[in-house]
Design a protein around this ligand. Sequence first.
Ligand code: SF4
Length: 172
Amino acid sequence: MTSDWKDIKIQIMNILNSSSVDGTGFRDVLFVSGCPHRCEDCHNPETWDYDAGIQTTLGEVYDKLCQSSITNVTFSGGEPFEQSWALYHLALALKENTNKTIWIYSGYTYEQIVFDKEKRKLLELCDVLVDGKYEKDNTELNLRFKGSLNQRIIDIKASVKALKPVLFEMEF
Ligand code: SF4
């Protein structure tokens, strides 16, 4: 991988450090801009606009995500798979150069993602997918790492191997 990937542009809202609610353990969360899903009662409607936030480079994002060797990484939004090409290069750099795990949130389902060549390339570099739109009439209190009951927390490597979605087993 050449260093050219560091110049790739990405549109982001912000990076949240050391979150404990966006996946297991402590994670730095990259919130990207742009979402086509328009879920009713979405908690982050300000992220829907593809021009919201700031345009930056993968190099800057990568450096911020690597400031801590302890925290892992979560891609959220917005809809991360709308910027699959950029996030693929970021995920590749993280996997080649660090031992961070990557969770990724999406309004798309696992099945929709695996049948899209570009989205699938990004998916296969990540470890855990939380999939599906937020359904405000299909929720309950204290759901862990997801907003509604339809959403699944999926072990990506196990799913690719099994050719079907396999749920991620969490340690409590
Ligand atoms: S996918 Fe997420 S960010 Fe997009 S509208 Fe639904 S809840 Fe909001």
